[in-house]
Design a protein around this ligand. Sequence first.
Ligand code: ATP
Length: 251
Amino acid sequence: MMTLSSKNPAVEVENLTKRYKGTVAVDGISLNVFRGETLGILGTNGAGKTTTVEMIAGLRRPDGGRLSVMGLDPTRDRTKLRQVLGVQLQEGYLHGSLTVSELLALYRSFYLDPRPHDELLRLVELQDKADERFEKLSGGQRQRVSVALAMIGRPRMLILDELTTGLDPAARRRMWRTIEQLRHEGVTILLVSHAMDEVEKLCDRIVLLDAGRILTIGTPTDIVAETGAATLEDAFVALTGQELHEMESSA
Ligand code: ATP
């Protein structure tokens, strides 16, 4: 495993808070993400995972606390942040009538030095779907297009939100290979996930959220040891008081 430096972190979060009417979605969380680290973000439904990564991406304004992402303030420096941060959130915002190639060409035009078209197709293994319309693709293929779009600007950091939910086992494995390659290239990755096998395989550390707060943060091995559980899944059941299938079924 690569050595992770705690100096000059990619993300610094201090006492971050977000309220919606009557709900505290994120309740004063603090954490650092190291450069080159893959951090898994797990938690029960409504724990505040998406709200947290949306604030980190500059898509939601925090109500309180301090936030620095790649040395930038996501609220103030959104334009600069877009050059270094790739974001893949839940899909549904793309023009369905465009082909994969047309979507790539459109998004490549937003960057000064975009990744080459063929390299992007290779990265997400969609060479044979280049001329297919987005609306005709399967869920897994659409997910892979959204990852390719997030990678166009050669970001040093990536946010991936429930990337493999709903994918078949082969498609999940292909997506894992893509993430491992990006990780190998030193990209810092925030990975929101409900899948224990996924975070155990891909993540250096995991943060577990519940009701807007951090229950624990550490390597999968540390979290298992800390709780005295046999597996990561058991550790999470012990920490959240919820069975894993309850976390997944309502996701
Ligand atoms: P899930 O696992 O279900 O995706 P999550 O951990 O990503 O959940 P969030 O989507 O961040 O959780 O939601 C945190 C809390 O904030 C929830 O109680 C949710 O109902 C509330 N919430 C989220 N977005 C909004 C919104 N736009 N308006 C009002 N409340 C919201």
